[in-house]
Structure formats: C-alpha cells, structure tokens
Design a protein around this ligand. Sequence first.
Ligand code: SAM
Length: 460
Amino acid sequence: METHLPSDLLISLKSTKGFDQKDFIAAHQISNQITSVRFNPNKKFNIGDSALDVAEKIPWCNNGFYLHKRPSFTLDPFFHAGAYYVQEASSMFLEEVLKQTCQLDHSLKVLDLCAAPGGKSTLMQSLLSSDSFLVSNEVIKTRVNILNENITKWGAANIVVSNNDPKDFQRLPNYFDIIVVDAPCSGSGLFRKDPTAVTEWSPDNVMLCSQRQQRILADILPALKTNGVLIYSTCSYSMEENEEVVDWLIENHELEGINININDEWGITQTTSAKHKAPGYRFYPDKVKGEGFFISTFRKKNESDSYHTTKPKVISFEKISQTDLSNLKQWVNNEIPEIHFVKWKDDIIALPNSLLLESATLQNALYIKKMGINIGSMIRGELIPSHQLALSNILSPYIAWIEFDSAKALDYLRLNAISTENSQLGWHIVRFCGIFIGFIKILHNRINNYYPKEWRILHK
Ligand code: SAM
C-alpha cells in the first residue's frame, strides 16, 4: 500500500543527516513488506517443518533472519511454542549495541522499562548469561498480558515481568547494570507497516512524545548503577524525540555517549547531537532493509551518591514439603543447575539462583506479575502442571509425550476435540516436530486439554 507522508514531517526532516527525501518517499511507496523473525536459541527445530520461507540473515543479529514472504504465523504451531519471535529487523540492532557496550558474560541485572509486547526483552534474554536476570516492565496494565504471554512462550527462567510506572524504580537506586528505554513515540518509523499511524501523526504529538520521553528518562535514571549502560531507542524519525533527547540527557544527567562501530554496508546513518556531539544511529527504510528506528547509548559517569538504599524487608517464601519437592522434581530437568522451588501466591515457581537472591528486593519495590517459571499447583501431592512449565527450558525431557501432526496441533491450539491412539493414562506433553506446545491429561473417557483458553487460536 502506498503511504502518504505528512508534509510537516518531510519539512522537519530536511536538515537531518541521512535524510534523502526522494528515496525516503519512494521507500514508502513499495507495496511488499519486509518480514523478519528471530529464532529462540533454546528451541531448535527444523525450519523445513515450519511455515517460514527463510531468506538471508540480518547482519547485526545472530538469530535474526528475513523471510521471502509473510506466512500466516497464527497457523504455525512453532510460533505458538515460542520457537521464534516476529520482530522488525532494525530493532534487532539492539543486539549489536549490547555486544559492543556490555560484558554479557558477566552476571548482570537488566531492565527493559517499556517492554510490551516483548521484542527487545526476548532478544536480550537470549544474550544474557544464565546467572543474569532481566526485569521486563510494562506500565500499561492492558499491555502486560501480551508481554506475559510472549515471555512465557520464550521459556526462560531468568525473567521477571512487572507492571510499574518508571518512577517506581526509584525504590531500586543504583540497581541495574543495563537499562533499555524503548520509549513510546510518535511512530513515524512504522508508517510502512501501519499506514493508519500516519493519520495520528502531528507536530504537536511529536512535542508531547519528546516531553514524555524526557520524563520517563529522568524517572528511571536513579535506578542505573554508576558505570551502568543506558540504551535509548525510538521508532520515530523526529529530531525532537531523538538527538534532542540525547542532548537533554547529557545536559541534565551525568552521562556520556558511547560510539558503536557500524559496517558501512549495513546502511545505518550515524548522527551526532547538535550541542554535545553525542552519537546516535538512524535507520531509514531507503537505506537499510528494515523500518525507521533510532538508538543511542550512554554510560553513567561517576556521580556523588545522592540516592540512599533502604535495606529490603526479608520476604521468606512458604516452604515446600519434602514429599511435594520430590514429586515435582520428576517434572523438571535436574541437569539445570541452581534452580530453586518456592511457593508464591498458591503456586510453585522455579527461580534461578540470581533471582532467588534478589526476589525480596524486587518484591518490595515492584508489582510483579511473573517471576521465574510457574511450575503449577500441588493438590494432594499431585502437581497440576502450568502452561509456563510446558513451554519452559526447565521441563524434564523424560515427561511422557505425544507427537501431533500439524492438523492435530492446530486442533489442540484451537481447543477443538482431540483424540489419540495412546492408551497410557495421565499427563502428557504435546509435541509438534519435537517442540513442546502444551499439556493434555488422558482420562478413561476423554482427553483434557490444558492449553490456556485466552490464547487459543480463533482464526479459521
Ligand atoms: N520494547 C517493546 C518491544 O520491543 O516489543 C516495544 C515498546 S513500545 C515502543 C513502547 C512501550 O512503552 C509501550 O508498550 C507502551 O505501553 C509503553 N509506555 C507508554 N507510556 C509509557 C510511560 N509513560 N512510561 C513507560 N512506558 C510507557
């Protein structure tokens, strides 16, 4: 579809480095969309079994690939299993930024402040060491569900999902090694994907977004450690939301901009902010194979420690009985080191060491929606396993399983009636081409489907 760009936007971009009006307009008139996915390194599958027609690799992201055409993701069981995430290629550049600016093999505390629907969070989780953890936060309540769903599908235990305002993180002063602020913005960078966004664009909205971005950044900066890394990004082309915010950050906070080395062939434009000459990286759709994006990275300089840390109240989890513990151990992969089981809100959750150590601090400060992997609930010594366990990396490889073909897997995901020749009663994990998609329980007279109702496929 041809996109009619707002003339005020084109005028405002005239003096922006890398902006080439003719080519930029032409790039918005191309009808075929670019589609890209990022594979989950913990859920390996044979691409030939999926709906994906994979083209070349995205140069700045190890697991990122362009597709020749956009399939129906909804009808691909691998999509529902979290075997890959559909993500716009430019935003995967975050991987290159993290690799160049952070020691990813260290044990790190990482915050993704504006996280829904979870693209940057799932990308970061794949890059972090197993003794690091990520807090994936979304302030808008109605958007936390989709974030939770995508994080659950990704299957990693070292993630916390929270639902907090940026200001709330001031309860965690000097806490995070890395903070990513993928800020809400005027969205001009996504005009090709969402032409209706054009009608919502206005210079006034750009100004409002810029002010909100500054507010969010000012609120969150106390939570960043000295020497910690702040990554700021938008999907807007406007200087007011990009280089001007960069200058505002440097002017008002103890931050220094960090250079990222880029390969000329990638087509990314390096800009410098007007006042402080701090670097930023622009993605124009006529120059890169991707949508509009801006990213800039900073290190927090030594500053006098003006924030005081309060010692957290110790929250002790309710103990799990030895019998329950040995019952649930058959459900998890005991080769994964340093996983602890605790009772939280009536359920049993699995926490890696790094999260267990910080759980009291995080619970004191934040409104937590998900922490580690929910294993399920123990009822009279029997575990009713949760869907989080089914999709997680910690499920035991020895659980009884049933392999479904594509038609049956889709019936399962639609919550349609399913049948099986398998006569063994009890819990089974359903697999599609070796990838786990959920639990069923085979009873004498029926099969109970434990796929979450709210996630079922509605599409025919
Ligand atoms: N990082 C996400 C990803 O890669 O999937 C996309 C984030 S989107 C660009 C910006 C997010 O910021 C939205 O989920 C939005 O709900 C959230 N947001 C809106 N207002 C906010 C505010 N005042 N403070 C923090 N986040 C906000």
